[in-house]
Ligand binder design. Structure first.
Ligand code: PLP
Length: 390
């Protein structure tokens, strides 16, 4: 290396893909700085604020100087509250020691992969699916293997597809219900069959339940109730509207408690102390009532869009049942989704995410709409889209 040469990048850093939604957000914000009114339907973050009681508890903790490291796997009282919630909401007995508090679902997924997957092994990932998962797997030195899912199966994998995709090198499958970007759920019976397929092969099921409480209609039962070997990932980000607090949790099999704690100690030292103190109040009945109203509000927003999209040439092939996303086929417009989203942002001032973030297989034909604004603003977005697309 000559004196002025910059350090070489790793192979991973050279090839890591952008999380395109953040690129779109940058462009949208630049347009706003130039004075344009942009309707943001790109980032997975609704307009809801963190519940009042939670914010107040965070303020109290800050004022009381609760700003030091906590145990790497989280405060005991928070892990207990989370375990209690599994009993009350899902009828599942979970030993609080199996709960590991993390810096968001992101850290939970990284810990699960660090604990359960070796470099060079394969991890099955539904395609379309959450964009960062491919990069999480690659960061572990493992290989993401796409499991292409179809709208006929509700954009979720079938047990047969998991069995067919499983090879000697496959170690794990990472699922989500409701899923991002499709908002579709994985029926519990299907999940149970997938767990059986994976167990028979000595593999690992990682179940991302970050949108598990954001379901319209019958609430979903956690996979925690299904099988103690499923590694469950969750987060305060979405249902509790705490994206910026960076707090989540995972539930691990009993034999993983000690190794995951050791991994968490080394990789993250501890999750945010203030966020943990605040999150103690996230499961209170008043907060829960407020959050349930938000779920109903999201359902109304979904319905506004589902009614409007066909006229705009945006085809929704499987009905979203939760989260706050709609994944629509935009191929009728004859442009790939990145070009189309760029044009929509320029001409209509509406920011959407191209499907290429979520699907190497077919993302060029799809885009994701995150219904992160109230009905009035959504209707305005629809009118603006009509001007460009109809
Ligand atoms: C499916 C899924 N998993 C994980 C994450 C990351 O969440 P967190 O903010 O808790 O790290 C997201 C964020 O959008 C997501 O959609």
């Amino acid at each position: 290396m000559s004196a002025n040469a910059e350090p070489a990048l790793s192979d991973f850093a050279r090839v890591v893909e952008p999380f395109r939604v953040m690129d779109i957000l940058d462009r949208a914000q630049a347009a706003e700085r130039a004075g344009r009114d942009i309707i943001h339907l790109e980032v997975g973050e609704p307009d809801f604020v963190t519940p009042r009681e939670v914010v107040a508890a965070g303020e109290v903790a800050l004022a009381a100087g609760e700003t030091r490291y906590t145990p790497a796997h989280g405060r005991e009282n928070l892990r207990r509250v989370i375990a209690d919630d599994y009993r009350e909401r899902h009828g599942a007995e979970v030993d609080p020691d199996r709960v590991v508090v993390t810096s968001g679902a992101s850290a939970g997924i990284l810990l699960a992969l660090a604990a359960g997957v070796n470099p060079g092994e394969e991890v099955l990932l539904p395609d379309p699916g959450y964009a960062c998962n491919r990069q999480f797997v690659a960061a572990r030195g493992a290989r993401p293997k796409p499991l292409v899912v179809s709208p006929e199966d509700g954009w979720q994998p079938t047990p047969e597809a998991v069995a067919a995709a499983w090879s000697e090198q496959t170690r794990a499958v990472l699922l989500a219900s409701p899923a991002n970007p499709t908002g579709t759920c994985l029926p519990r019976e299907t999940l149970a069959e997938i767990v059986a397929v994976v167990e028979a092969r000595g593999g690992l099921v990682i179940m991302d339940e970050i949108y598990g409480q954001l379901v319209f209609g019958e609430p979903e039962r956690s996979a925690v109730a299904l099988h103690p070997n499923v590694v469950v990932i969750n987060s305060f980000s979405k249902y509790f509207a705490m994206t910026g607090w960076r707090l989540g949790w995972m539930v691990v099999p009993p034999s993983w408690i000690d190794p995951v704690r050791r991994l968490a100690q080394n990789l993250f030292v501890a999750p945010s102390s203030v966020a943990q103190a605040a999150a103690m109040f996230a499961f209170r009945p008043d907060t829960e009532a407020e959050l349930q109203q938000r779920v109903r509000e999201l359902e109304r927003r979904r319905d506004v869009l589902l009614e409007a999209l066909p006229d705009l040439g945006l085809v929704v092939r499987a009905r979203p049942q939760g989260a706050f996303y709609i994944y629509a086929d935009c191929s009728a417009h004859g442009e790939d989704s990145e070009a189309l989203c760029a044009r929509i942002l320029d001409q209509a001032g509406v920011a959407l995410t191209p499907g290429t973030d979520f699907s190497p297989a077919d993302g060029a034909r799809h885009l994701r709409i995150a219904y992160t604004h109230g009905e009035e603003r959504l209707r305005e977005a629809v009118e603006r889209l009509r001007g460009v697309l109809a």
